[in-house]
Design a protein around this ligand. Structure first.
Ligand code: ADP
Ligand code: ZN
Ligand code: ZN
Length: 850
């Protein structure tokens, strides 16, 4: 268990003299209050705010965190129902006072349980909880159960398995009521055990070896070797002496075994004889171990815009004053260099920093740039880390061994003390918003709050600020730092922005210059780059081959059986795949409705673009980067590496190719269909498309060679394209804000979406209506206008067998408007828990609305 983190409880000296009687504990459930527990005498020395404890909770044991210690010895605060805590799990508090405050704020703002936020702030896999394990007995099934479908399914599932968790059963079979389990248990058909499960991760140890004191000179080793009879034993000693001579004092046992081709028993024998010592060392599992050490950082003088931005940021850092900056710099303006310089300034003060990047931009390229400056002081966090790597990063951050954390949204909860700076790179990225599970937070907004609580500085960097951030800068809430030009090249000339042109697909077709997805204009531009040995990035923001298959005779189209969407055809594997749930099926040879074999493929995904391009330009070397080609570990890295080395001419992919890439030989960026995404029923669709197109355009012409961008579209007159071609962010934002104001959407309103989900459509609708009814009653009595819209099924009304309904709630964004949170909380509490298998998800500041 984790009690072994530190040999002695460090905080016992700061405990009050009177023993604490009770503690308030938050547990990971969606309830907005801590629970009071008694502390048995034996555990009082270990109790402190922020330590994790094991507590009984509704017939289970859960890991919770102490949020308040009540040392009041007269027992007046004592709840007569309070139960004792079962154990204390930490010697040093897992959460600091600062993190307790931040998580409390998040639970309030995002209307979820404090314990749910706390769980998100702790490394996963370290929870101790109870699990119910089921086992089939050998009793035959009585007749009357034979027709009970659920019982039969459960018994079948248990048949032939050793012992399985109820959780696992529910994952396989869907909701299995505990009542049924109990009935079968009473019948003697199954047994159920409840036991405390250990955390799935812990500190990893490794055995190392060391030559014992008398044998640490070459002569002594030689003497010792002569005494040894076994050749293997002699070889091990020789290897140890050789390593010592290389300066490796305490090598890993596994390395010694490998070099000497010896067995573990040989080593054990040498340890028993006192020639070697065996030493247990903690291992730090880090994803950085796989990366080559970075090259030395470039050392360049800042250009005037960079210098001005840094000066303003450093000013706030020096004054230790909370301030939020919007670093609005075009692509290639040198924002990353500004982040690095600001980090150096906070480190010089002995403070720490967090760098948030969208997951997609967490490429080795970015990480290496930070490592070149900060070496081993960085902990990298990302979603593909193992539980062990995550745990190690977390505990080393907590204990101050790292002072910089870089990662996607969850890194905003990194356990760093003494925080001086938070950077949110590409602040407009939707991946900063979490949806499931709760807390449904926006990492950028949490970053601003966390900086505020620490008198720290927050820098939001982007070429295309979100409408919300732009408005905050306009109102002076954030300080605007513009960097409107790209970094000068070696000759000292500012690199020009690429020229952006629109290709009108309707017109191209009329002129017979378009057959498949790529027009002659784009082909000619690609061919010209191939001739000059330059590189091309092509964006098609849709993976697979064709998004829709349709029968030409009767109009049948294959849909997912679990989701209300059509399935995408993946030609490479010859199957249909649902992009919502991953379900795959064979492509039928003929239409199952009418038998016709005329099934057409409608629409274009990356695979189809690749095929078409290869046919037309056989000499082109193409790399495809999308979810399908990057599922293997390091695949993403390998593809980019090959492209950088010039092993390919064209990098074709989904939005993965749009962000953060810096390749000097890329002179053309082509967008195959710039309209993808524009037609989604989401009020942010245009803003998103503008951001994506600006980002991908920014990949062209980043060094000496000038860049150009071709956007293929069927809507060339859309204001969006004028803004992208003219690089006019402000014009576009004026247009967007005007629309948002008319339609009363953020940033002119505060918005929450409540999602209802469950297996039966009618029941979901009923839950949605009742819950929304509770909200409406309260909204009508609220002190100001509150709009409640819905419930309605969203565009995709069913995902993973779950039907969905949405209710939208909004209030104007004025100071006198009522706050949404108390209304949502009150409605949720009045409604109570949804029926088993049904879910209510409250999403404050929701992003996706469909
Ligand atoms: P952004 O993050 O705004 O896209 P980067 O920080 O990646 O821009 O900078 C673009 C390129 O210019 C990088 O290769 C970077 O090393 C280089 N660079 C940044 N600042 C300077 C400078 N002042 N002088 C020379 N090169 C610079
Ligand atoms: Zn048909
Ligand atoms: Zn599906």
């Amino acid at each position: 268990m984790l009690l072994g983190w530190m040999p002695f409880p460090l905080h016992s000296s700061c405990l009050p003299y009177r023993a604490p009687v009770t503690v308030d504990v938050v547990v990971p459930v969606p309830l907005d209050r801590p629970f009071t527990y008694l502390v048995p005498d034996a555990l009082t020395p270990d109790i402190a705010r922020g330590v994790r404890v094991l507590v009984p909770f509704r017939q289970r044991k859960l890991t919770g965190v102490v949020v308040a210690v009540d040392a009041d010895a007269d027992g007046s605060a004592l709840d007569f129902r309070a139960k004792p805590i079962a154990d204390v799990l930490d010697a040093t508090p897992a959460l600091t006072g600062e993190m307790l405050r931040l998580t409390r704020w998040m639970a309030n703002y995002y209307v979820c349980g404090w314990g749910e936020v706390v769980r998100a702030a702790l490394p996963s896999g370290t929870e101790v909880s109870t699990e119910r394990r089921l086992q089939r007995t050998d009793r035959p099934v009585p007749e009357r159960w034979a027709n009970h479908q659920n019982a039969q399914a459960l018994l079948d599932d248990l048949e032939g398995r050793e012992s399985v968790t109820l959780k696992g059963v529910r994952q396989r079979l869907g909701p299995v009521p505990l009542r049924l389990v109990r009935e079968l248990e009473e019948e003697g058909l199954i047994t159920m055990n409840t036991r405390v499960s250990d955390p799935s991760v812990s500190v990893k140890k490794e055995t190392h070896l060391r030559l014992s004191e008398p044998f640490r000179t070459p002569g002594a080793v030689r003497d010792a070797k002569e005494q040894l009879r076994g050749a293997k034993q002699q070889l091990v000693m020789a290897v140890m002496a050789g390593l010592l001579a290389e300066g490796i004092d305490t090598p890993r046992q596994a390395d010694v075994v490998e070099r000497a081709e010896a067995s573990y028993s040989t080593i054990r024998r040498l340890v028993e004889m006192g020639l070697l010592q065996s030493v247990e060392q903690q291992v730090n599992r880090s994803p950085l171990d796989d990366l080559a050490p970075p090259a030395a950082p470039p050392d360049h003088a800042f250009h005037p815009h960079q210098a001005a931005a840094l000066e303003a940021i450093e000013d706030a850092i020096t004054a230790e004053r909370f301030e939020s900056f919007l670093l609005h710099g075009v692509t290639g303006s040198g924002k990353t260099e500004v982040y690095i310089a600001a980090l150096k300034a906070v480190r010089a003060q002995g403070k720490t920093g967090i760098i948030l990047v969208p997951e997609i931009a967490l490429t080795p390229q970015t990480v290496q740039r930070f490592r070149a400056h900060f070496g081993d002081h960085i902990a990298v966090l990302h979603s593909r880390m193992s539980l062990g790597e995550r745990f190690d990063a977390w505990r080393h951050l907590r204990h101050g061994r790292y002072d910089i954390a870089i990662g996607p949204r969850s890194a905003i909860l990194a356990p760093l003390d003494n925080l001086g700076l938070i950077v949110v790179d590409e602040e407009h990225e939707p991946s900063y918003k979490q949806f499931d599970p709760a807390p449904r937070y926006h990492a950028r907004d949490v970053a601003v709050m966390r900086a505020h609580m620490n008198d720290a500085v927050v820098v939001l960097g982007t070429a295309t600020p979100s409408a919300e951030t732009y408005t905050n800068a306009e109102h002076g809430k954030y300080t605007l730092l513009p960097m409107p030009e790209r970094v000068p090249n070696a000759a000292g000339v500012a690199v020009t922005m690429p020229s952006v042109e629109v290709v009108d697909l309707t017109l191209e077709r009329k002129k017979h210059r378009l057959e498949g997805a790529i027009s002659d204009t784009l082909y000619e531009a690609i061919a010209a780059r191939l001739d000059r040995d330059e590189q091309v990035i092509l964006l098609q923001n849709r993976r697979g081959y064709a998004p829709v298959i349709e029968c030409e005779n009767c109009g049948w189209a294959p849909g997912c059986s679990d989701c209300a969407v059509t399935m995408t055809y993946h030609k490479a594997r010859g199957h249909l795949r649902c992009h919502y749930c991953g379900l795959a099926e064979h492509l039928p040879r003929a239409c199952p409705e009418c038998g016709s074999d005329e099934l057409t493929q409608i629409g274009t995904g990356t695979q189809r673009v690749e095929e078409e391009l290869q046919e037309r330009l056989p000499q082109a070397r193409i790399l495809r980067m999308d979810l399908d080609t990057t599922s293997r570990k390091n695949a993403h890295h390998d593809i980019l590496d090959r492209f950088r080395r010039g092993a390919a001419d064209v990098l074709l992919g989904t939005q993965m190719v749009a962000k953060g890439l810096d390749f000097p030989r890329v002179t053309l960026v082509g967008v195959v269909s710039a309209d993808v995404g524009l037609l989604l029923p989401d009020f942010r669709a245009e803003e998103r498309t503008f951001q994506l197109l600006t980002q991908v355009a920014g990949r062209a012409g980043r060094a000496e060679l000038p860049g150009s961008v071709l956007l293929q579209t069927r809507n060339p007159e859309h204001p969006l394209f004028q803004a992208v071609t003219a690089h006019d962010y402000h014009d576009f934002m004026a247009y967007i804000l005007n629309e948002r104001q008319l339609l009363r959407y953020p940033p002119f309103a505060r918005l929450a979406v409540v999602e209802f989900r469950g297996p039966k459509a009618a029941r979901v609708e009923e839950v949605a209506r009742q819950w929304t009814g509770q909200l409406r009653q309260r909204a009508e009595k609220a002190d100001g206008p509150v709009e409640v819209l819905g419930p309605e099924p969203p565009m995709v009304g069913r995902v993973k067998k779950q039907f969905r309904y949405h209710t939208h709630v909004r209030v104007p964004r004025t100071t006198d408007a009522p706050a949404l949170q108390p209304l949502l909380r009150a409605a949720d509490e009045a409604f109570g828990s949804p029926p088993r298998g049904y879910h209510v998800a409250i999403d404050v500041d929701a992003l996706g609305l469909f």
